[in-house]
Design a protein around this ligand. Structure first.
Ligand code: SF4
Length: 577
């Protein structure tokens, strides 16, 4: 809970400067609440290592303040040099790990305050910004990172980069504070955002037709590229969705997860103006009195689609056309080797929960650094927190495989379907909002689920399993087939019913399930799934077909301690038609 009036802090900040220059010049280890609010817009959060509360430092009543830095990487695409710089900074100033976010960016954790300015300066020297990676602005623009070198992929990825640049704040504060230190002469105008920026964060994703790897319906604005059927390389435009969002608050029916509505279709020359117009609708009509109710999804929910379309139409000088038909969605993770179609290959390396780390004999961070230093591939971060190494000559494939194997990096073929499709947010010990473990707990819970699936004779069943340490939903749990959302220390709300392709919301199935009981509660459902599924039916679709009442009866026989969630807004159902 913020102790400051965020709207007042933004308004008085002189284009996001506030007291940041002075506070980074003093010797304190931490920032004031006002500066903590503004540093988010510069791509950083002040955090505390919550594990340290249990140690000597905690006994002395001291907090171990540190900063998370998030880089803004449109579509998750970067050069080998940019990857290597992230890696070097994680070693020099961070906690020696890199974390791929669920929005195709990198987070560096454990930076202490005095090292933050130099870290941002080094990143900037490699043309990497952190501006607007966090805060009440449009965040990193996601895009399908598929490595196939064809015109459709290139069009979507190039467009995401252009859109991201268009949506950046215009303030020069970032440069002034972190890069050149020049005095502010006059505050710059922010034509898109205004003096108080947006009421809350705003997320944008771009999908290619038929592949929903970016979870396009969970974003404030989603764009689905539409190509000409007769001339597949010709981009006709984009279907536009609006009003998706994941964050909820437990026991607060005013907050809920929501899938974006299909608003219409616009041509390539109209799309940037359309997205900007939607951003201004959020700017002008989003709730600035209650941050829990401030996302664009609540405007859509309260207005309905027709009123939203009319408002949008009044803000652009062209008609919003009817949405074009789209092929059914699937999701590809591009793990393993892919022929790019241009003589080169790409390798998708699975990264459990996005954490690039060396731990014992498992030397993932070292292995990636060596491969990237030696072969200089392109690098892409995926929305599933994995990494793609692209543009690899065929003759280097075997050596890269050997190098990864020598560092105990697992091949995708050896990973189960649930682990391959698992996502977790960082939660403890760094996230200040976490009320339960997530990244550190999910691997062990997946061990237990894998044991159940192996017992049932379906060890490689692909099922999406997502976990978060609080209901904010950073790992997009509310579209997952199975999700665990932190309720209190080591207790989780179990969500079921989302689908593999991210077009249906999950709903609360059981409440307050202890972490060690999650696999126990799932066993009767997975057993029934194995025994009664229809051909090729996925677990999420099976759950929808059987229904929660019948499934809960099964669970209560095998797991009588199960607690049902209270009925409320969170139980509302939504599916993309
Ligand atoms: Fe933190 Fe909650 Fe987001 Fe997890 S979902 S990273 S606990 S805010």
């Amino acid at each position: 809970m913020s102790k400051v009036n965020v709207e007042a802090v933004k308004a008085a900040s002189r284009g996001l400067r506030g007291s940041l220059p002075e506070e980074f010049a003093n010797g304190d280890a931490f920032l004031t609440d006002e500066a903590k609010t503004l540093i988010k817009f510069h791509g950083s959060y002040q955090q505390e290592d919550r594990d340290e509360r249990k140690g000597e430092r905690g006994d002395r009543g001291e907090k171990y303040y540190q900063f998370m830095i998030r880089t803004r990487i449109p579509g998750g695409q970067m050069s080998a040099e940019q990857y290597l710089l992230h890696d070097a900074l994680a070693g020099e100033f961070g906690n020696e790990t890199l974390r791929i976010t669920t929005r195709q960016a990198f987070q560096l954790h454990g930076i202490i305050k005095r090292d933050l300015p130099g870290t941002l300066r080094r990143l900037n020297g490699a043309l990497i910004t952190t501006l607007a990676a966090c805060g009440d602005v449009v965040r990193n623009v996601m895009a399908c990172p598929a490595p196939t070198n064809n015109a459709q992929q290139r069009a979507v990825q190039d467009f995401a980069e252009m859109l991201s640049t268009e949506l950046l704040p215009r303030t020069n504060a970032y440069h002034q504070i972190w890069i050149d230190g020049k005095e502010l002469i006059e505050e710059e105008a922010e034509p898109l955002y205004g003096k108080t920026y947006l009421p809350r964060k705003f997320k944008v994703a771009v999908a290619i037709p038929g592949d929903n790897c970016v979870d396009v319906f969970t974003d404030d604005v989603g764009l689905v590229a539409i190509f000409d059927e007769a001339e597949p390389e010709k981009l006709l435009g984009f279907n536009v969705t609006a009003g998706g969002g994941m964050g909820t608050t437990h026991n607060n029916d005013e907050t809920f997860a929501r899938l974006g509505d299909l608003i219409g279709f616009v041509t390539p020359d109209q799309v940037i103006e359309t997205v900007k117009a939607i951003v201004t609708i959020h700017r002008d009509f989003g709730d600035r009195t209650n941050r829990k109710h401030a996302r664009l999804k609540y405007v859509l929910h309260e207005w309905g689609v027709e009123k939203f379309r009319a408002e949008l139409a009044s803000r652009v000088p062209f008609p919003i056309q009817t949405a074009q038909p789209m092929p059914p969605f699937h999701v590809q993770d591009h793990l393993g080797w892919t022929d790019q179609g241009d003589g080169c290959w790409a390798l998708g390396v699975p990264i459990e929960n996005g954490r690039i780390v060396d731990r014992g004999d498992f030397r993932l961070r070292t292995a990636l650094r060596r491969v990237i230093e030696t072969y200089r591939p392109g690098v892409r971060l995926t929305p599933q927190q994995n990494i793609l190494l692209t543009d690899i000559a065929p003759e280097h494939r075997a050596a890269i495989d050997d190098l990864l194997a020598a560092h105990q990096v697992l091949k995708v073929e050896t990973i189960s379907g649930v682990r391959r499709n698992g996502l977790a947010c960082p939660a403890l010990p760094t996230c200040g909002l976490a009320i339960a473990e997530s990244e550190r707990a999910l691997p062990g819970i997946l061990d237990q689920i894998e044991a159940v699936l192996t017992d049932l004779g379906i060890p490689n069943e692909p099922i999406t399993v997502r976990m978060t340490g609080c209901p904010n939903g950073c790992a997009r749990p509310y579209v997952s087939e199975i999700a665990f959302v932190g309720r209190s220390l080591n207790k989780y709300m179990l969500y079921l019913g989302g689908n593999f392709v991210g077009t249906r919301l999950a709903r609360p199935f059981l409440d307050l399930v202890p972490g060690d009981d999650l696999a126990v509660a799932l066993r009767p459902l997975l057993t029934l799934f194995r025994d009664t599924r229809t051909p090729d039916e996925s677990f999420g679709d099976f759950v929808e077909r059987i229904g929660f009442d019948a499934l809960r009866e099964q669970v209560l026989i095998a797991y009588p301690a199960a607690k049902l969630p209270k009925a409320g807004r969170e139980t509302s159902r939504a599916e993309v038609a």
